[in-house]
Write a protein that binds this ligand. Structure first.
Ligand code: FAD
Length: 488
């Protein structure tokens, strides 16, 4: 590598910008790269995005930031998984929702009886294939337990809920302490020749030159879309939701460590407990209701009047055709967005930057592995999209005043991969084998697909029967609870 100091500009100081800058500083700072974040004092950050996957823990571990440091600063709580409420109106004798658990190493014990019950049901026998009783993190959420425990042989994966604005501020302070430069100004123009950006020019006419640029400018996608005209692949034929309305509410005394995703008339509502408040929002499709109707429905769902203010947002759902073009990489909302049902956006930020650093270093700090990088990130976007589309296609909501849910069920634009998964399940084929053949497990493992399909009761009949196997495993899981710390 040329050892002269190379300049990297990260345009944007939202969660994506600060995660990107910190990862670059950690890994490329010592190799002679100088990182500068340019953030606008007038263009705000999106300010939503309060839930994570378990991958966020690896981000903080990599930066050697302890939970005891960042969590209180960001009003953060633990997340054991996601509870899906009302995505089917089929009546179950015991459960009014299904819980999507984050994995634990205890799953190798408890998944076996779950899979046996699923296969029995698929073969037409009455059984108990509902996922909730079988998974450790599901029981942890139900019993208000933290992931902290005194058990030697148990490892659970968990995510977090946090205040998105405070997370950005925390990462900014941390990044500055590690040597990241910050310039507060708004970029008005960009100097470029074909696919190479030379400088961004701010509102005062000052040009900021760099060798490499990261576009973390949010939905405006200032560098990737606006300047380099990178095509955008819209996912709207598969994912209808294009808008959201958010209304935070006061926290209840005791909150379960889970995100709740409740089906409403034209989409779904999130409920995310932080230490200081609860984040709520309704993700919906403007094809099926107006912003005003969505706000009214959310208020009714939350049982609140108009005294608490609402924030309305639009969403561009899809991805860039390429995420690394010339000397510029798109990260965060500027590179694309899959609606927030699985809270995967920051996961994709982390993945994009990590894959970039790997490809960049392996290619001796050149564009040598750019093409492969773009393929990997595109495949990841599509893999996550397919799993989210599966939630909609598998819904069993018949009480459907707007026709939204029927429209979702009748989606005929499924990818080949998703169509193959659904066909395999229905025909009783080997799902694990299919997911392996299609390399789909790197996005969602086999067990997640089983949990989703069983959670949505995709069975030829609905004869659930409580049995000894289920009771035994659920009892074992409950017995483990004493070693886990309770949540206040
Ligand atoms: C309804 C909704 C719910 C979501 N829920 C989740 C979730 O649960 N989990 C999750 O992981 N993600 C979620 N997301 C996504 C998440 O909010 C974003 O991925 C995350 O906040 C990162 O945003 P960003 O940094 O890319 O963009 P932004 O937060 O919009 O930041 C853009 C930055 O660029 C700067 N900027 C823009 N233009 C210029 C300019 N010309 N000059 C200088 N600076 C500029 C701005 O000042 C700002 O600092 C959700 C998104 C939506 C819409």
């Amino acid at each position: 590598m040329k050892r002269a100091k190379q300049q990297i500009i990260v345009l944007g100081g939202g969660s994506a910008g600060w995660m990107t800058a910190n990862l670059l500083q950690l890994q490329l700072g010592p190799k002679g790269f100088c990182i500068t974040v340019i953030e606008s004092p007038t263009i705000g950050i999106i300010g939503v995005g309060e839930g994570s996957t378990p991958q966020l823990k690896m981000f903080f571990d990599l930066l050697e930031i302890k939970e005891s440091t960042w969590m209180p600063a960001c009003d953060a709580t633990y997340k054991q998984g996601i509870a899906f409420h009302g995505w089917t109106d089929l009546v179950h004798p015991q459960y009014d929702h299904y819980f999507h658990p984050f994995p634990s190493n205890y799953d190798h014990v408890s998944a076996k009886p779950f899979l046996e019950q699923v296969h029995a049901m698929l073969l037409g026998q009455a059984s108990m294939p509902h996922p909730n009783p079988y998974f450790l993190t599901s029981v942890l959420a139900d019993t208000f337990k933290s992931p902290q425990h005194s058990h030697d042989n148990i490892h659970t994966s968990y995510g977090y809920h946090f205040d998105a604005v405070k997370l950005g501020q925390f990462l900014k302070t941390f990044g500055q302490s590690k040597g990241i430069n910050v310039i507060e100004t708004t970029v008005a123009d960009v100097c470029h020749s074909q696919h190479t950006i030379k400088a961004v020019v701010d509102e005062h006419g000052t040009a900021h030159y760099a060798d490499w640029f990261f576009d973390c400018s949010g939905f405006s996608s200032k560098l990737m879309r606006e300047t380099l005209n990178v095509p955008f692949i819209n996912f709207s034929d598969n994912l209808l939701n294009d808008s959201a309305v958010a209304i935070p509410t006061p926290r209840q005394k005791k909150e379960s460590p889970q995100t709740q995703a409740s089906a409403l008339n034209c989409g779904w509502a999130w409920r995310i407990p932080l230490t200081t408040r609860v984040g709520n929002g309704y993700v919906y499709s403007q094809q099926f209701c107006t912003a005003q109707d969505a706000e009214a429905e959310l208020r009714e769902h939350l049982g609140i009047d108009s005294s608490l203010p609402a924030r309305h947002l639009s969403m561009n759902v899809g991805r860039l055709a390429e995420h690394w073009v010339g000397n510029t990489v798109g990260v965060g909302l500027s590179q694309g967005f899959i609606e927030p049902l699985e809270a995967t956006a920051l996961h994709l930020v982390q993945e994009t930057v990590t894959q970039f650093i790997g490809a960049f270093c392996a290619g001796d700090y050149t564009t040598k592995h750019q093409r492969q990088f773009n393929q990997v990130i595109n495949a990841r976007f599509e893999g996550i999209r397919d799993y989210i589309v599966a939630h909609y296609v598998c819904n069993q909501i018949k009480n459907d005043p707007t026709g939204y849910w029927q429209h979702c069920r009748e989606n005929s634009n499924l990818s080949n991969n998703l169509a193959a998964v659904l066909a395999c399940w229905k025909s009783g084929g080997d799902l694990h084998e299919l997911l392996s053949q299609r390399n789909m497990q790197q996005y969602y493992p086999t067990l997640s697909w089983y949990v989703l399909l069983a959670g949505y009761r995709q069975f030829p009949h609905q004869q659930y029967q409580v049995n000894e196997q289920t009771n035994a495993i659920n009892q074992q899981l409950n017995e483990l609870m004493h070693s886990f710390v309770a949540i206040d």
